[in-house]
Write a new protein. Structure first.
Lengths: 275, 275
């Protein structure tokens, strides 16, 4: 839990960046006990948010995602009870994330490192795109990644922007924030705009108060990230949004990933870039 | 039913192309009895496929769409019983398409011009992206549109490519075909690749037999389109795919649009282009 983010060091494995082998190696380290955030891990491999709900809530969750595609771009939905996904057929969804959150009636009940004993035959699992996926594209375009430089989890905030509700599911949008040098904002918008499956272009740039964020130093999830002189805060829709909806909507049971501790898939980042 | 496609003539209304007013004018003509195909109608306005199913089939349909995003890109899903959509709030989904198909246990039961008396409180309606939407981008890039030149509905074919099933929903992919001059294929791929919400890049170019199409002169839906010398057939995933799934999967009841006779929304085409 207290190991530092692994940063660029992980790029130095023998496996090519973005290959299924390098993704599998990262998951193996997680399964062996590494609970650190996954920002900077397995460069080139798509990362995903996870939410599992009972089958009788699955339609509302899927419709909520369809109606809120910026925060909730669906990469895969499993059949009820399944423990694997087409995004990484050899992975086990119950053990291969660094940390999970267990929710009962919208309350956080536990934050375990695996959920095998809690799995149910009626659980439908949603894998949702994660902005960690586009960080390599940002870095490649010369946009600095301050949270990686500072060895921190990305900062995430609950906004006052409501999502479009769907049946029993409703709640506010959650965003991740990255400080971007003012002269690089246009590049950051352009690069991430090409990747709608992993949140796409930012939803807001500049004054945090405009989207209901009072204090950048106190993120709701993850770690605060320091802005350097000339940086402006840039906000992307975040796959933690379904967790905020769980808090608001109080389904009887749900399992999610712990914010910033993602599922690493076998899919290469570029698969989700629109040419 | 036998009026010819309206072609470019419709561009000559007083309302700006792609404006909600020009979309509303096109829908008003439909409501007044025009049952012609909508290829070439209301340039700049996004067109949509429609499928309405009882609520207890809605999850399988939505999941089928999520798992088959090229043929089934979802633009909106209504609440059960609703007769309007956020895509065109003033339109009535029961009357504003040129023709509907009514399905009972996978059999075509009727093809009426409106479905008000058949509407049910448990019907959930899916609006799915349509390739007519990107035709203006193709024309703007200099790619000729043979079916419009020939005043015909686009040609559509059932392929032997299976969709990924979802619960009770399964079936083959349906494609639309446009003849494209060989030197323009690259442009057609690039232009439509930017519009994943309306089927995106082609799924196949060239030999129809490779995707199970025996005879281009005998489309399963729409009209045959003549290739000119130097043209190659280019195939895009098609929003008629859910209708093929209805035939294969036999839900007790469904309403769809009639192929090529689409719902014209208030949304501008460019809204669905990735920058």
């Amino acid at each position: 839990m207290n190991s530092p983010p692994r940063g660029a060091g992980w790029a130095g494995t023998a496996d090519p960046a973005g290959s299924p082998a390098s993704a599998a190696a990262a998951r193996a380290a997680v399964r062996a006990g590494d609970r650190a955030p996954t920002a900077g891990v397995a460069p080139g491999s798509t990362q995903a948010n996870l939410i599992s709900v009972p089958r009788d809530w699955a339609y509302d969750v899927l419709l909520f995602c369809q109606r809120n595609p910026k925060p909730c771009p669906v990469l895969d939905v499993t059949d009820a009870g399944a423990v694997s996904t087409v995004l990484a057929p050899d992975a086990d969804l119950r053990t291969d994330l660094p940390a999970y959150r267990v929710w009962e009636h919208g309350e956080l009940a536990d934050e375990p490192s695996e959920v095998t004993s809690l799995w149910r035959k009626d659980l439908v699992t949603f894998l949702i795109g994660c902005s960690f996926t586009f960080e390599w594209a940002l870095a490649g375009a010369g946009v600095p990644l301050r949270h990686i430089e500072q060895s921190r989890n990305v900062a995430m905030y609950v906004t006052d922007v409501p999502c479009r509700p769907a049946g029993g599911m409703h709640g506010p949008m959650v965003v991740s924030m990255r400080p971007v040098p003012e002269e690089s904002v246009e590049t950051a918008v352009r690069v991430t705009g090409r990747m709608p499956a992993v949140h796409g272009a930012p939803v807001h740039t500049g004054d945090p108060a405009r989207i209901g964020i009072r204090n950048l130093d106190e993120p709701d999830f993850g770690d605060p990230t320091e802005l350097r002189p000339g940086d402006v805060p840039v906000f992307w829709a975040c796959g933690v949004t379904p967790q905020a909806a769980v808090v608001s909507s109080r389904p009887p049971f749900a399992i999610t990933h712990s914010p910033g501790r993602m599922f690493i898939t076998d899919v290469r980042d570029e698969e989700y870039a629109v040419p």
